[in-house]
Design a protein around this ligand. Structure first.
Ligand code: FES
Length: 119
């Protein structure tokens, strides 16, 4: 058990570790993100949490970044490292963005699985 002091965190990455994302190298994606954070000396700026399924399995491997509210699809270990470097510069990995947040989540064109409508 750990209790981190999160003061100074600029980005929180939620890395999906549900079964579909694990089939798409989710564990390797998580390892690549941690490795790149360490390489960049960004442990105090980027916090990570491995999650269970985020409900977007057809987008595996899914990574979500807050406070930006950006949902990424198709993240590979190589892209994961790039994603960390982008977020450290206040940018996004635009080609893999499925949803952005501005008061509510908004789909970015037709990327990612369409998904079932919630009632
Ligand atoms: S297992 Fe990752 S979104 Fe479902």
């Amino acid at each position: 058990m750990t209790t981190w002091n999160l003061q100074g965190t600029v980005s929180h990455l939620l890395i999906c570790n549900g079964s579909s994302c694990r089939k798409h190298k989710g564990e390797e994606v998580a390892a690549a993100i941690e490795q790149e954070i360490g390489k960049q000396g960004a442990e105090a700026r980027i916090h990570t949490t491995v999650t269970r399924c985020n409900g977007r399995c057809s987008d595996a491997c899914v990574v979500i970044a807050y406070p930006e509210g950006v949902w990424y699809q198709g993240i590979t270990p190589k892209l994961a490292k790039k994603l960390v470097r982008k977020h450290l510069k206040g940018k996004q990995l635009k080609e893999n963005v499925v949803y952005t947040f501005n008061k509510k989540l908004k789909a970015v064109d037709q990327r990612g699985g369409k998904g079932k409508k919630k009632t």
